[in-house]
Ligand binder design. Structure first.
Ligand code: CP
Length: 312
């Protein structure tokens, strides 16, 4: 199979074969990060712009490291340090950046659909690093890579995603990704944080966290996204932790070989207890390590890809 897509905008538009190809490529490239000299010349002469309109630690840093490990030149800009603060529009900004002839732009934005809008107008590749509450495709890809690495497969697994589903682009991308790859997904959290009709994604819902985690092969805990909530959807963090947080007592009810995941950043003691986040079932830092490999794979694939008419 040859990679044909110019952009990586969402999990929804990726086929099972494309997801498989990304995961296989990432698995092959992962070894580069274990070498004494962690650099190959594959993308020498390519320019990657990291344009983050929202805060990020993991995604921005891992894209930057991924670009450098492949010998691409990476340039990081943010809304607060660009001329957007002087009133320049987003589209004027990226058109000016396009005039400098980059090859790839990685963009995170608080508004859903911004990467798609830019991809239609720009001649270089656009990778979505998280758009509003819509999708975070590279996070779902690194999550699927981590589960496949630890369990040897995705098909037939039961994945519980617990927390603020309504505001989570990670949840949306993972629902689409894991179900596409043959896993079943069960969502849990307060009724105020689970959108009605979410079952149309092919997932099931329970408001009892114990029920979600009982038979799960993977438990993915999500942060409450206070920055996206108009009014808080729960009385207090203490009550949330008691009713929905993953602590050692709740973990006793889970399978013996369960994987505990979290996309980060963690609110310790709220959605996940420190003893669980740092405990033997946690693969949270494996997720972060695999984030570099997945982003190396995406930079590599889109650099060789052609413009995809489907995303036009
Ligand atoms: N998981 C994730 O997107 O983390 P950052 O916000 O730190 O990039």
């Amino acid at each position: 199979m040859q990679w044909m897509k110019k952009d990586i905008l969402d999990i929804q538009s990726l086929s099972v074969e494309e997801i498989g190809m990304i995961l296989d490529t990432a698995e092959n490239l992962k070894e580069i990060s274990q070498r004494p000299i962690k650099k190959v010349p594959t993308l020498r002469g390519k320019t990657v712009i990291l344009f983050f309109h929202e805060a990020s630690t993991r995604t921005r840093t891992s894209f930057d490291i991924a670009a450098k490990r492949l010998s691409a030149d990476s340039i990081s800009i943010s809304a607060t340090t660009s001329s957007i603060v002087k009133g320049e529009t987003l589209i004027d900004t990226v058109k000016n950046l396009e005039a400098m002839n980059p090859d790839i732009m990685v963009i995170r934005h608080a508004c859903s659909g911004v990467p798609h809008m830019l991809a239609r107008q720009l001649h270089f590749s656009v990778i979505n690093a998280g758009d509003g509450t819509h999708e975070h495709p590279t996070q779902a890809l690194l999550d699927m890579m981590t589960v496949r690495e630890k369990k040897g497969r995705l098909e037939g697994l039961r994945v519980a995603i617990v927390g603020d589903i309504s505001h989570s682009r990670v949840a949306r991308s993972n629902c689409l990704g894991f179900t596409k790859m043959g896993a079943s997904v069960i969502l849990s959290g307060p009724p105020t944080m689970i959108p009605s009709g979410i079952e149309s994604f092919g997932v099931s819902v329970t408001y009892r966290v114990e029920e979600a985690i009982r038979d799960a092969d993977v438990i993915m805990m999500l942060r409450i996204q206070k920055e996206r909530q108009g009014a808080f959807s729960f009385p207090s963090e203490r009550e949330y932790a008691q009713l929905f947080g993953l602590n050692l007592k709740r973990l006793e009810k889970a399978k013996d070989d369960v994987l505990i995941m979290h996309p980060g950043p963690i609110n310790r003691g709220v959605e996940i207890a420190p003893a669980v986040a740092d405990g033997p079932f946690s693969v949270i830092l494996d997720q972060v390590a695999n984030g570099v490999a997945i982003r190396m794979a995406l930079l590599y694939l889109v650099s060789g890809g052609k413009r995809n008419v489907d995303t036009d």
